[in-house]
Ligand binder design. Structure first.
Ligand code: ATR
Length: 283
């Protein structure tokens, strides 16, 4: 019996890519990257690897000569010491979300930071702007680093004051607690916390009076696609950047690093948005 055409294209030359994480079965990265491979005629396949032991997984990447890997929660920090080389930005951010296999040398890279900036830059310049980042976890580190790299002024807003203050000091920004934060003078506001994510979609990380016309508001939460924060911001006359934009751009930057080709960003976005819409209909 002939193979279905999508399987017939897999040969002994096909390069293997994947994402390692735990949990990883809900990841949209396989759909997004395989759509990009197909569109660009890349002989590659991207799969999801549920990984509990990152050391074993990285040894597997070497042993099987896997061409590239995304790294997601909770392994973005643990993989750092397992690689042959770290790009300076990944070291400064303190997290790796991309492994590039360069002829057997495993190089760690962070595409979350340039991905977040690419998403923001579609709507606003960052240089000389005042950006407030809500949160102080891994995603906040990537966004804060990108803002400083682009010459933005940075304020960190976080529930845990010590953690927020530490991140602000490290990245050359200032810290303010959520209760004192009014967003006065803020041009760009980025939520990096999980506040507003389904099933708590009726919550938002700042009060509505922080959102004023002329601001650009970005949320890294993409479930729901339009969070309460983004809806309130849109209704207040702000520019909005949804979480899919950052997810797609970080993936597009990975694609470019792995293949050397310009990524089909629009197709990647449509693939992810279609999948999210289908998932919300099925819920
Ligand atoms: P990630 O690596 O995805 O950024 P993380 O390291 O767990 O995730 O960081 C999550 C961030 O969101 C933290 O800054 C956290 O605040 P604390 O430092 O006070 O823990 C913030 N966060 C998560 N849930 C929150 C909530 N319900 N209200 C306010 N902040 C929240």
């Amino acid at each position: 019996m002939p193979l279905p055409s999508d399987l017939a294209r897999i040969t002994a030359h096909t390069r293997l890519f994947g994402v390692m994480g735990d949990p990883v079965t809900h990841s949209l990265s396989p759909l997004m990257h395989n759509a990009a491979f197909a569109q660009m005629g890349i002989d590659g396949v991207y799969v999801a690897f549920p990984v509990t032991d990152p050391a074993d997984a990285v040894a597997g990447v070497r042993a099987l000569n896997i061409s590239g890997c995304s790294v997601t929660i909770p392994h973005k920090i643990a993989v750092m010491e397992l690689l042959d080389e770290l790009e300076p930005s990944a070291r400064q951010i303190g997290a790796v979300n991309t492994i590039v296999n360069d002829n057997g040398r495993l190089i760690g890279f962070n595409s979350d930071s340039p991905g977040a900036m690419a998403a923001l830059l579609e709507k606003t310049p960052v240089t000389g702007k005042h950006a407030a980042v809500i949160g102080a976890g891994g995603a906040a580190r990537a966004v804060a680093y990108g803002i400083r790299q682009h010459g933005g002024r940075l304020t960190i807003v976080n529930r845990s004051r010590d953690k927020g203050r530490r991140l602000a000091d490290e990245m050359g920004g200032t810290f303010i607690g959520p209760k004192e934060f009014t967003a006065l003078g803020v041009d760009i506001l980025v939520n990096t916390t999980s506040v507003g994510m389904t099933p708590e979609a009726d919550r938002m990380p700042v009060t509505g009076d922080c959102l004023r016309q002329g601001m650009t508001v970005m949320d890294i939460v993409y479930n729901p696609l339009e969070t309460l924060l983004l809806r309130t911001a849109r209704e207040a006359g702000c520019q909005v950047v949804d979480g899919v934009a950052m997810f797609v751009h970080q993936g597009a930057i990975q694609f470019e690093r792995w293949t050397g080709l310009r990524p089909p960003v629009q197709l990647m976005r449509e693939t992810v948005v279609d999948a999210l819409r289908a998932a919300s209909v099925n819920q």
